[in-house]
Design a protein around this ligand. Structure first.
Ligand SMILES: [Zn+2]
Length: 283
């Protein structure tokens, strides 16, 4: 099956795609997908879809995602993947339908689909570079350049939305979640990347009130904190420095300085919360 057929089949399993111009259903067409009013979304040669005409912030560049791909391959975030997989509710008979919101280069979704070939998945990210990298993965996921606030999927399309260390749009997520679906939210704790912050003279993360926010709006079914100090080589440290949005504003000189100041260890500190819709939720 080529990538176009694969995209059409995945879209069908997700209950079809939605036209962002008129809200109509998008159906497969020779060059991609088209709605009844003639609006079309072209499918790239790699089987990706672009729902976004405005470019992503320049910081989210190929270099960042390539550094991040090496950090992922080295296993830095493997405990997060393991926790997400462990905490996901049991899949329905036809398998989970996952949305990875802000999927970056698609590592979490591709890893989950590789382990569960009967599951279906879509990954969305604002960055074309990220989606280009994601499409290199073997996974039969539908990779889309799209804004989290305007998701091109049908209401209730997904059994789980993964929101891993990226901004969220809860209203948009609830719309595309099935009634029994869950949001899996991964957010940083106070020790996260402590050594990289210290090397820049920054205080620890403000843990923020993500958890309180979640508890006020959803039912938290499970929550787990992962805190792992990881030994790193100087090259590994440099990749972590480059991939972290924390360092987005650094000048090339300051980045070069930071890359050379490895502390030998970098701490991963995140919480994973699995949340369901509240009974009184009416959106
Ligand atoms: Zn349309």
């Amino acid at each position: 099956m080529d990538r176009r057929e694969q995209a059409a089949r995945t879209a069908e399993r997700l209950g079809g795609l939605r036209c962002l111009v008129c809200g109509g259903a998008l159906t497969p067409a020779p060059d991609g997908f088209r709605c009844g009013r003639g609006h079309c979304v072209n499918l790239s040669r790699r089987g990706t879809l672009n729902f976004c005409s405005k470019p992503a912030p320049a910081f989210y560049s190929g270099a960042l995602f390539e550094a991040r791909a090496r950090v992922l391959a080295a296993g830095f975030f493997a405990p997060v993947l393991a926790a997400v997989e462990r905490l996901l509710p049991a899949a329905p008979p036809e398998g989970h339908r996952l949305l990875d919101a802000g999927c970056g280069e698609g590592w979490y979704l591709a890893s989950l689909l590789a382990r569960h070939p009967d599951w279906t998945g879509a990954g969305v990210d604002l960055s074309r570079d990220a989606i280009r990298l994601a499409s290199r993965q073997e996974a039969a996921a539908l990779w889309c350049v799209a804004d989290l606030k305007r998701l091109p999927f049908a209401d209730g399309a997904f059994t789980a939305v993964l929101d891993i260390l990226t901004p969220a749009d809860y209203r948009a997520f609830l719309r595309v979640l099935a009634p029994e679906g869950v949001l899996v939210k991964v957010f940083p704790g106070p020790e996260h990347l402590r050594e990289l912050r210290a090397a820049r003279g920054l205080p620890p993360y403000e843990a923020g009130d993500v958890e309180r926010y979640l508890r006020a709006r959803m039912r938290v079914l499970a929550a787990e904190r992962i805190c792992v100090p990881t030994p790193v080589t100087p090259a590994y440290w440099a990749d972590l420095a480059v991939m972290t949005p924390l360092n987005a504003e650094l000048s090339p000189e300051a980045m070069a300085d930071l890359r050379g100041r490895s502390a030998g260890t970098v701490t991963l500190d995140v919480s994973v919360a699995v949340c369901a819709r509240r009974e009184d939720e009416c959106t």
